[in-house]
Design a binder for this molecule. Structure first.
Ligand SMILES: *Cc1c(COP(=O)(O)O)cnc(C)c1O
Length: 366
């Protein structure tokens, strides 16, 4: 029996013609930040309903440049969560700022508005909200609280391309938002890629400069803190081919997630919070008390699982951090989460194979 992967690049790219656009790039002899990049930036901004999209080299650079775009300085304090893979933390540490970790909501595993309200004060420089696993956080409430305190919200949408609520997409709620186009993301390139999006004209202009050495014009550095973080034409051409499929791929992901949720709802485990449009099922993550035997039982059936993520940010060996606020839900999540296969290349039959194995496990357990 074939192995069921968490993600399949073979299936994700099946049937798409990448040769024609790649040929176009090769024939143009223009490889970095040209027409394909400009067109992708416009098309992605249009898809999200935002004014500006600035493509960059990857999602972590996007976070770092967005923090710089917000003028977050070295030594500043940035609120974020500790269960989201250390990406936001990497960017915060990269600019010499400091993370202030607060707990996540136990239903969505995203930043908890109540925990935010308890720590908000004007000494904070920014808030990074990760729409984890493809689930939109309670972003309207978070933005409302943050705006009242005068603190900008940065959305990390690297797992949430296309997620929407009340007609607004992930990335259009806060002051600025970041995307990754790493191959396994809901919209993935054939290599690395990322983007920063915003409605704010001045910030967009600053980030455009910062992604290329801080140049105002060629060889003239008019903005400090710049670096090289550009998207190349080949990745942009591939992303332009894939963008029109994003909504239907997300629909297929949700179809798998719904099938799982319906089959698992009597078992002793916690299921994803939503299977509506505010969840794009980047990962289908359950929580259960005794994880190792479950993982092993699925492995024996040829079903791969993973843990997103096993170590909370404040316990990473290289960056042990104080955490003055309770992180009870965060720490419990790290000990109980398991990701099951869920990607748009999966069929209903593939999902049923997972369901059969999970059901067998719980029946033999109970
Ligand atoms: C993948 C990911 C990133 C980082 O993106 P890269 O392109 O790998 O740098 C950031 N945040 C989240 C939530 C991610 O899942």
């Amino acid at each position: 029996m074939h192995e069921l992967e968490l993600f399949s690049a073979v299936k994700a790219n099946a049937g798409l013609d990448f040769i024609t656009p790649l040929r176009k790039v090769l024939d143009s002899h223009w490889y970095v930040m040209g027409n394909e990049v400009r067109s992708f930036e416009n098309e992605f901004a249009g898809y999200l309903g935002v004014e500006h999209c600035i493509s960059v080299a990857n999602g972590t650079d996007a976070l770092e440049l967005a923090l710089r775009g917000l003028n977050v300085q070295a030594g500043a304090r940035v609120v974020t969560v500790a269960n989201a893979g250390f990406y936001a933390s990497s960017a915060i540490y990269a600019i010499g700022a400091r993370p202030v970790y607060i707990d996540v909501d136990s239903a969505t595993l995203t930043l908890c508005p109540k925990a935010l309200a308890a720590v908000l004060d004007s000494s904070l420089a920014a808030i990074i909200v990760t729409h984890l696993y493809g689930q939109l956080a309670d972003i309207e409430e978070i933005v409302r609280l943050a705006s009242a305190a005068g603190i900008p919200v940065l959305e990390d949408c690297a797992q949430a391309h296309g997620a929407r609520r009340n007609g607004k997409r992930a990335g259009s709620f806060g002051a600025v938002a970041c995307f990754s186009f790493y191959p396994t993301k809901n919209l993935g390139a054939l290599g690395d890629g990322g983007a920063v999006v915003t409605n704010k004209h001045d910030m967009a202009a600053r980030i455009r400069q910062l992604r290329q050495y801080g140049w105002g014009q060629k060889y003239q550095v008019t903005l400090a803190g710049g670096r090289n973080s550009r998207m190349d034409e080949i990745q942009a051409a591939v992303l332009r081919i894939k963008l029109p499929y994003l909504d239907s791929w997300n629909e297929q992901r949700r179809f798998i997630a719904k099938r799982y949720n319906a089959a698992f709802n009597t078992f002793d485990m916690r299921l994803p919070y939503s299977t509506a449009a505010d969840y794009v099922a980047h990962l289908y993550v359950i929580r259960l008390a005794n994880r190792p035997p479950f993982i092993n039982a699925l492995k024996l059936k040829g079903i791969k699982t993973d843990i997103h993520y096993p170590i909370p940010d404040h316990r990473q060996p290289a960056y042990p951090a104080e955490h003055p606020y309770p992180l009870t839900v965060t720490e419990h999540a790290c000990e109980t989460v398991v990701s099951l296969p869920c990607h748009p290349g999966m069929t209903g039959d593939d999902a049923d194979r997972v369901i059969t194995s999970v059901t067998a496990y719980f029946e033999q357990e109970g």
